[in-house]
Design a protein around this ligand. Structure first.
Ligand code: HEC
Ligand code: HEC
Length: 386
């Protein structure tokens, strides 16, 4: 009896799965030509698939729409700024500036991060305040220092008046231009911006000659004496360990970069006081402080351990994404390494894992050679996207 009902249940389940497939296939007028991608060496197909959300499946039409939107200056209030203005494929999707510059030359407070492999981050932005690429994509539109639109409605009505967009949204989403559709298309495009196959990936795959002696020594330092791997964690075996090949632990850490801001100590004291107010109102009030951004993750989490903490960034393609750190304060990789040799910058909340690392000049050079070997060959291919 029992076996029979188990079989019955299995059949019902199989029917349900089959039916849900049918429903999806006959659902909205999504462009159904399925999207194929060949992931580069070092990033497995499984890992990529794992990060595709079920409510925003990849289709070729959607990716193409997202690509058009990404490069379109008509997204901004005055028609001068596109996503690519700050995330330029020619600079590995960064802008080469200390901090970003948006409409009418208005400067933001943070350095533009690369979008290569951004799809694999658990939170978007230096402080992780957006939970997904979809959520993130809408935010630059109404940011006064970026695209400067008064509202999402303004963007939707502008895009709706462009016949090609009206047509493509209909084809891809089966309806008019919406902000949700915009976000989905841009996010789908961003999920094609994957980058691997660097000399380091080839070395890990067994090609001993892929790294110079200097870079190889740099790798040993990175994982050992220089302590970089503590936070910039690397593991390729996603299937076995659910760990990631991006040289980040995905955590938020205070290395002391925030203390470049002279008023940081005082801001941090205010944050500590605000965290004791259980209503959360004090934190909200503090978040309106002009330089509250330097509190980093704390503004999002309210956790005092997060005061001045920013996401450990991936180090892939780092040779192409200067200047460095959330405030763009390090002009070169040499500057970055010198910062770590001193153990970061002293402040009340500095990460307990950071300590001065005694690297001589030759060791610092080797470490930099290793960082340069994290540059992918496909990054150059991606510069032709436009
Ligand atoms: C004026 C420059 C500027 C424009 C325009 C701009 N961005 Fe950004 N972008 C930034 C900066 C600066 C950050 C980091 C901000 C922060 O962490 O607070 C960022 C962060 C991001 C992130 C998070 C990446 C990560 O690793 O955390 C994504 C994704 C992104 N932008 C996509 C886009 C898209 C899509 C558009 C167009 C709709 C766009 N950006 C327009 C400057 C810009
Ligand atoms: C305690 C954790 C930790 C350790 C140890 C650490 N990092 Fe970092 N790293 C971070 C965090 C967090 C940031 C972002 C800091 C910020 O901008 O506020 C960062 C930023 C960077 C950047 C800038 C990347 C960019 O896109 O702007 C580079 C390069 C870098 N680290 C290299 C290294 C090297 C090389 C070492 C070893 C000498 C090292 N890190 C050790 C946590 C760490």
């Amino acid at each position: 009896m029992k076996t029979v009902s188990v079989i019955k249940l299995a059949i019902i389940l199989m029917m349900a799965v089959w039916l849900s497939g049918l429903v999806r296939a006959s659902g909205p007028a999504e462009n159904l030509s399925s999207f194929q991608i060949q992931t580069p060496r070092g990033i497995s197909q499984d890992l990529w698939s794992y990060f595709i959300p079920s409510d925003n499946p990849m289709t070729a039409g959607k990716v193409e729409l997202g690509r058009l939107l990404f490069f379109d200056v008509r997204l901004s209030a005055d028609g001068t700024v596109s996503c690519a203005s700050c995330h330029d494929p020619k600079r590995a999707f960064t802008d080469g500036r200390t901090v970003a510059e948006g409409v009418a030359g208005r400067r933001g407070a943070r350095n533009s991060p690369t979008l290569l492999n951004a799809m694999f981050s658990n939170g978007q932005f230096w402080d992780g305040r957006a939970g997904s690429l979809e959520e993130q994509a809408k935010m630059p539109l109404t940011n006064a220092d970026e695209m400067g639109n008064p509202s999402f409605e303004a963007v939707v009505s502008r895009l709706s008046s462009i016949p090609e967009y009206a047509k493509q949204f209909r084809e891809v989403f089966g309806g008019p231009v919406t902000i949700g559709g915009f976000a989905k298309a841009v996010a789908a495009f961003e999920r094609t911006l994957i980058s691997g196959d660097s000399p380091v990936d080839r070395f890990v795959a067994g090609d001993i000659n892929a790294l110079s002696d200097s870079a190889r020594n740099g790798l040993t330092l990175f994982r050992g004496k220089a302590r970089c791997g503590v936070c910039h964690a690397f593991n390729q075996n996603f299937a076995a360990f659910a760990t990631f090949p991006f040289f980040t632990d995905g955590n938020y850490r205070n290395t002391g970069v925030a203390a470049n801001f002279g008023g940081f100590a005082e801001l941090a004291r205010k944050a500590l006081a605000a965290s004791r107010d259980e209503s959360g109102n004090s934190i909200l009030e503090l978040a309106r402080h002009e330089r509250a951004g330097e509190l980093g993750r704390f503004v999002i989490s309210g956790n005092t351990l997060d005061i001045g903490a920013f996401r450990t960034p991936s180090l892939r393609n780092v040779a192409l994404t200067a200047p460095y750190f959330h405030d763009g304060s390090a002009a070169t990789l040499q500057d970055v390494v010198r910062f770590y040799v001193k153990g970061g910058k002293e402040n009340l909340n500095r990460d307990w894992q950071l300590e001065p690392v005694p690297l001589d000049e030759a060791e610092q050079r080797d470490l930099i050679e290793f960082l340069k070997a994290l540059t992918s060959d496909d990054t150059h291919r991606l510069t032709d996207l436009r």
